[in-house]
Design a protein around this ligand. Structure first.
Ligand SMILES: NC(=O)c1ccc[n+]([C@@H]2O[C@H](COP(=O)([O-])OP(=O)(O)OC[C@H]3O[C@@H](n4cnc5c(N)ncnc54)[C@H](OP(=O)(O)O)[C@@H]3O)[C@@H](O)[C@H]2O)c1
Length: 254
């Protein structure tokens, strides 16, 4: 029997949201696992310093400062990746997030902030899929992994808008999996629960984290590193017959 490969060695991987948080951890992890990574976000300095760290450990990385809500910049992101590496095997679509909705009840949501959330959590996700899939469909191979959230299936009051957008990402993921499956392009999503990035740790009081842990079957929130295994699996050939799946990474049913 041929044992399937769980390796991402040599795979060209674009990671959006790589300047901090979960995307930054995944960028470091994929590079350490041997992937050739293109790091994407708006903050060029943070991308450059991560590229430096990866190269100092012998990894292969480039920084491509990009606003994922800008289609022209997404096209340039794809062009730069192709000109550097010649192909795209994996897209980790991590850019997104709830921002200040932690403290913003739905009745107080201003239009400008709604548009900002919509831009990075849905529009940017779709057009990034589109830009990268144009290459993958041509190649007849590729794995796209969108970042959803537990709030896409469980009602979370302070994430009412983002939760709705993440539910849309779930449905989009399934529809794109159906659209591009015939060209051997897989589209899956990872749906994390609360994950203790530096940003989240600064916002939440330890008492709140302790209380919320009681509703999680594994009795703890995720660390960003907990998301690396699921992402590596979905990126690798070991998941070659899995597409259109929304994989929970939330510590158990809640
Ligand atoms: N942390 C959690 O508890 C949690 C739970 C469930 C789901 N998630 C999901 O996991 C993903 C990562 O979350 P996180 O907590 O790591 O978020 P984060 O710390 O706020 O990081 C967000 C990342 O997205 C990038 N970004 C934001 N807007 C962008 C834009 N317009 N163009 C390009 N890049 C943009 C940011 O970089 P720049 O500002 O430099 O552009 C940053 O790298 C998100 O999709 C989030 O919804 C997180």
């Amino acid at each position: 029997m041929t044992i399937p490969s769980f390796s991402v060695g040599g795979k060209v991987t674009i990671i959006t949201g790589a300047s901090r948080g979960i995307g930054n951890t995944l960028a470091m992890g994929f590079a350490e696992a041997g992937a050739r990574v293109a790091l994407v976000a708006r903050t060029a300095s943070a991308l450059e310093s991560t590229v430096e760290k990866i190269r100092s450990k012998g990894g292969t990385a480039i920084a491509i400062p990009t606003d994922v809500t800008n289609c022209k910049q997404l096209e340039e992101m794809v062009e730069k990746t192709i000109s550097e590496f010649g192909r795209i095997d994996v897209l980790l679509n991590v850019a997104g997030g709830a921002g200040e909705t932690w403290v913003l009840p739905p009745l107080d949501m201003p239009e400008a902030f709604y548009d900002e959330l919509d831009g990075r959590n849905y529009k940017g996700v779709f057009f990034c899929n589109q830009a990268v899939a144009r290459v993958m469909v041509e190649q007849k191979s590729g794995s796209i992994i969108n970042f959803s959230s537990l709030s896409g299936t469980k009602p979370v009051v302070f994430e009412a808008v983002v939760g709705g957008l993440k539910a849309a990402v779930n449905q989009l993921t399934k529809a794109l999996a159906a659209a591009w499956g015939p060209d051997n392009v897989r589209v899956n999503a990872i749906a994390p629960g609360i994950t203790l990035t530096e940003r989240v740790k600064k916002k939440l009081k330890p008492e709140f984290i302790k209380n919320i842990s009681q509703s999680i079957p594994l009795r703890r929130p995720a660390q960003p590193e907990d998301l690396l295994g699921p992402a590596l699996f979905l990126a690798s050939d070991a998941s070659s017959y899995i597409t259109g799946m929304i994989m929970p990474a939330d510590g158990g049913p809640q």
